[in-house]
Design a protein around this ligand. Structure first.
Ligand SMILES: C[S@@+](CC[C@H](N)C(=O)[O-])C[C@H]1O[C@@H](n2cnc3c(N)ncnc32)[C@H](O)[C@@H]1O
Length: 420
């Protein structure tokens, strides 16, 4: 055996020196045994190539991968830093690789206790991950014996690991859309040809451009010429290799068309991610766009997401207080609705009105209605309840009529609920 009778530290050093000498293998990342980075940062910073588990002895490959997956899942390393192109596992005889994108889904399992000790192979969590992942590993793992497969291993490292970042695309999910945004701020934001200060006055933020970029169908090609927005109601839309902001959103006569100063930089950034985000997380990302709003703006506007448990509790309290039929007996107006989470689960859409400060949030609500949210589009509108004149500035026809005809009466009869 090539690396017989040596300790784990020595094994890691030797594997680094023998196989990965053209890379940087010195970086330590949490409890992950072994990492491989390119020697030189590229335009986009340090792109990790490999995170691996090291074991002395002769180990079963899936067992080593499960330990690595538990180590990563426990520390949620992928939330803090870009995940690598490959996960790896090696012992004194062999080394195995699996593309990260093939196993990424394991980190989405629900109701799983990631807090177990990864090196304890007896836990039920260890067995569960092993059962779930074994078939995927069998299909996608490349295993090399250091001695018997020496040439193949060298070729694999040269052709796949070294070039990995240009071939595999990372899926976008609820865990990584914020770290990707932080990189996007560094790389893509500066090449968007706009005056950010002016846009801010119109309540348009860089996160609106990021969402426009995320919700694009990349058609599985490396060019951006065929990229197409998949959501119609976004505040800012990707269009014609640039962006469009509809005139209504800017309160001006014409749509604004915004160009990219450097399309190559844009293309290089996005070719590492598969767009749009995974389907099961698309609504979540739209719902949690508040996380992309800078803290100072969030605090000023009170833009904080209402977690589902508080939404449910608020509805329970209303039922306790007003009786089972409160949704039919009352009109409900959420006048600081944000993206409308507080209204989730309400049943009588004819009695619900929602308004909020930012048109971008209104667009999100309209978009959610298109995707099945139980609200009426005409009842959802932009309105500043502190400053707007109730009668003059109401955008919503429905609401204006409703307001004129009913509000006074209902207020008198105490049959309208204002919620915020
Ligand atoms: C606490 S958040 C609402 C959260 C919402 N329930 C949710 O979970 O998405 C308060 C919202 O009120 C909006 N807001 C702040 N000032 C406002 C104003 N003067 N008129 C209307 N909406 C306002 C903010 O933009 C923010 O989205």
């Amino acid at each position: 055996m090539k690396y017989n009778n040596i300790r784990e530290e020595e094994l890691k050093n030797k594997v680094g020196a023998d196989w990965f000498k053209q890379f940087d293998t010195t970086e330590i990342l949490g409890n992950i045994d072994f990492t491989v980075f390119p020697q030189q940062d590229n335009l986009f910073g340090r792109t990790p190539l490999l995170w691996a588990e090291a074991k002395t002895g002769n180990f079963d490959v899936p067992t080593m991968f499960v330990q690595l997956i538990l180590t990563i899942g426990k520390a949620r390393t992928f939330d803090k830093t870009m995940p690598p192109a490959f996960l790896g596992a090696f012992d004194f005889k062999k080394i195995a690789f699996v593309p990260y994108i093939n196993i990424q889904d394991i980190f989405y399992i629900n109701d799983f206790n990631w807090n177990v000790t990864p090196s304890n192979h007896e836990t039920k969590e260890f067995q569960l991950i092993k059962q779930r992942i074994e078939a995927t590993l069998n299909q996608n793992t490349y295993v090399f014996d250091y001695q018997k497969d020496e040439k193949e291993l060298q070729a694999f490292i040269k052709n796949n690991v070294a070039k990995a970042t240009t071939t595999s695309k990372l899926k976008i999910d609820k865990n990584n859309f914020i770290p990707i945004y932080l990189r996007w701020l560094d790389i893509v934001k500066p090449i968007i040809d706009v005056n950010w200060a002016d846009l801010k006055k119109a309540n348009i933020l860089d996160s609106d451009f990021y969402l426009a970029d995320l919700f694009v169908d990349d058609k599985d090609t490396q060019t951006i010429g065929d990229d197409l927005s998949i959501r119609e109601n976004l505040f800012v839309m990707f269009q014609n290799e640039g962006y469009k902001i509809a005139k209504e959103n800017l309160k001006q006569m014409f749509d604004a068309n915004i160009t990219l100063k450097n399309k190559d930089t844009y293309l290089h950034f996005w070719k590492r991610y598969k767009r749009p985000p995974l389907k099961e997380f698309q609504d979540y990302i739209i719902e949690r766009r508040d996380l992309l709003v800078p803290q100072d703006i969030r605090e000023r506007k009170g833009a904080f997401f209402t977690p589902r448990i508080w939404v449910e509790l608020s509805q329970k309290y209303l039922t306790d207080y007003l009786g089972e039929n409160w949704q039919d007996d009352y009109y409900i107006w959420d006048c600081a609705a944000g993206t409308g989470n507080l209204l989730a689960g309400l049943t009588n859409k004819y009695n619900i009105y929602a308004s909020t400060l930012d048109q971008a949030d209104v667009n999100v609500m309209h978009e959610r209605i298109d995707h099945g949210a139980n609200l009426l589009k005409n009842n959802v509108f932009q309105f500043d309840f502190l400053n707007d004149d109730f009668c003059k500035h109401l955008n919503s026809q429905n609401f204006a009529i409703f307001f004129r005809q009913n509000l006074k009466n209902y207020l008198l009869l105490q049959r309208i609920l204002l919620i915020m």
